[in-house]
Design a protein around this ligand. Structure first.
Ligand code: CA
Length: 223
């Protein structure tokens, strides 16, 4: 899962990015509205954390532009505590949720998790696929109750496939959601990660759809 953080306060931006990385996300950072808008327009994000008061282009305008361009990714706005009008303007402009400053990073993480889950059509913080359970809150997974030891890449791969259970996900899509913009991306490495993940899961839940990509689904749901 890949997140964009748009916040001009460098400390706060870093604090959010560090916490998100710690929780297993890939993070891109922007420090003004123009850069943030550009990234959101050109890169696929699973969620965006967008400050309302930004240099060059303000947050409200940024989200308005994205929505006008047909960009539907979940957006969490960061607003000032006492500015209720900002919250209304943010939601009206197309933001999905907001957190008022100052906030606890934990609250931002919880809201981001919920936004990503809902965007993928899951209402609970635990996603289940046959014997595999993904705890989005703890960023952990189990098979038949046994914790899986996954590298950060393997976890991101599993998380993306489980959020999109039953759908065919292409290698390109996986690359785009597993690496940040500066990473030297090679879609061949995805095959290697899928192979390792299959081995660790020990159950055959990830199907290769020739020429298209991969699909994860529980045996009972398979056609
Ligand atoms: Ca600001």
């Amino acid at each position: 899962m890949r997140i964009l953080v748009v916040e001009d306060d460098a400390n706060l931006n870093r604090q959010l990015a560090d916490a998100l990385k710690e929780a297993g996300y890939v993070v891109d950072q922007a420090f003004d509205g123009e850069e943030g808008h550009y990234l959101g327009e050109t890169e696929p994000y699973d969620a965006v954390i967008l400050d309302i008061g930004l240099p060059v282009i303000d947050g409200i305008t940024v989200v308005e532009k994205w929505r006008a361009e047909g960009k539907g990714m979940p957006v969490l706005m960061l607003t000032a505590r006492d500015r209720w009008s900002d919250k209304v303007a943010g939601i009206d402009a197309g933001a999905d949720d907001y957190v008022a400053k100052p906030f606890h990073v934990e609250e931002v993480l919880a809201r981001v998790r919920a936004l990503i889950r809902r965007a993928a059509g899951h209402s609970s913080s635990e996603i289940v696929c046959g014997p595999v359970r993904l705890d989005t809150k703890a960023s952990k997974a189990t098979v038949d109750g046994t914790p899986l030891k996954l590298t950060s890449h393997e976890f991101r791969l599993l998380s993306y496939l489980m959020h999109h259970m039953g759908e065919v996900v292409s290698r390109t899509e996986l690359v785009e959601h597993m690496y940040d913009q500066d990473f030297d991306r090679d879609s061949n490495t995805i095959e290697v990660f899928v192979g390792r993940l299959r081995k660790k899961l020990g159950v055959d839940l990830i199907e290769t759809v020739r020429g298209l990509g991969y699909r994860m689904q529980a045996p009972a749901d398979a056609a």
